[in-house]
Design a binder for this molecule. Structure first.
Ligand code: SAH
Length: 274
């Protein structure tokens, strides 16, 4: 982790899969396309197919790999098929990001409070969004921007899927908590930033991918601007009926393609810091 708003050094910049053409403007018109149903097929890592011992009171401890393997096994059954996402979810100890009183629920398919009225999404939703973000890419993503660090869990998972992770949080209390939570993991490619994520983080742009854990009425223009051509954005967003759904935005040389997916329930995207 580095200190807040430390610009990435030009020399240290990772190779980027796509280049932003200097003359490319961001098209203002967005195109609505058909809903992409969640893949129904269940396939994934072979080693996940073997039965995993379940957690029983007084049995397998939360530090055990078996506890996370069981969660991953459930994700596979729910339709998550990206082996890299499953492997990353299997590596990060989720119980270390929640209050000790809630630790025994950390691997259940449930969202959990993380303080200051915010929540950590259920594993299924985290995996789904990361899978959409990766779009089945064979290797790691380049630089990724996350809006809404919260407790830092998703940033930790992302650290295994991207070369660099820039994660912004607008609540100082949670930014500090995430820093504390992530300290023991020693993830040098995670950069925690305190600020209003609605403005993105221009100094790290362009991003191969942008992911938001909070939903507003629309996608802030800064996010689209800071997304690389060929890059993808996944976020919750308000729909025409006032509900909330996942939206995927692909930035291509031809323009912006927006796809609305399934309904979700994320905390609101708010402006300013607190
Ligand atoms: N990915 C997080 C989920 C946190 S919940 C995790 O793994 O824990 C969403 C977070 O988005 C909240 O902490 C909320 O404070 C934050 N948020 C909302 N609006 C924001 C904004 N404009 N900029 C940065 N963070 C924001």
């Amino acid at each position: 982790m580095t200190s807040p708003f430390k610009p990435p050094s030009a020399a240290g910049r990772p190779a980027f899969p796509v280049r932003l053409k200097p003359d490319m403007g961001v098209p203002s018109a967005t195109k609505q396309v058909v809903v992409n149903p969640r893949p129904a097929g269940v396939k994934g890592m072979n080693e996940l197919k073997r039965p995993v011992q379940s957690v029983v009171p007084g049995g397998v401890g939360l530090d055990s790999h078996a506890v996370r393997a069981r969660m991953v096994h459930k994700l596979v059954a729910q339709g998550v098929s990206d082996a890299q996402v499953l492997a990353a979810m299997g590596r990060v100890e989720r119980h270390r990001f929640v209050d000790s009183a809630l630790a025994n629920q950390a691997y259940e398919d449930t969202s959990l409070p993380i303080g200051l009225g915010q929540t950590i999404s259920k594993p299924n939703v985290v995996a789904r969004m990361l899978e959409l973000l990766r779009l089945g890419a064979p290797g790691k993503l380049g630089r990724v921007l996350e809006i809404g660090t919260g407790c830092g869990y998703q940033a930790a998972v992302l650290s295994h899927l991207a070369t660099e992770v820039y994660s912004i949080e607008r609540l100082r209390g949670l930014h500090d908590k995430a820093r504390e939570n992530l300290r023991t993991f020693r993830l040098p490619n995670v950069h925690l930033l305190f600020g209003d994520g609605m403005m993105g983080f221009a100094r790290g742009a362009p991003y191969a991918a942008i992911i938001a854990a909070a939903g507003g009425e629309s996608i802030p223009p800064a996010w689209i601007e800071q997304l690389a051509t060929g890059g993808r954005l996944v976020a919750p967003m308000q729909t025409a009926t006032g509900a909330q759904a996942l939206v995927v935005i692909d930035k291509t040389a031809q323009g912006i393609r927006q796809t609305m997916l399934e309904p979700v329930h994320f905390v609101p995207l708010k402006s300013g810091t607190n």
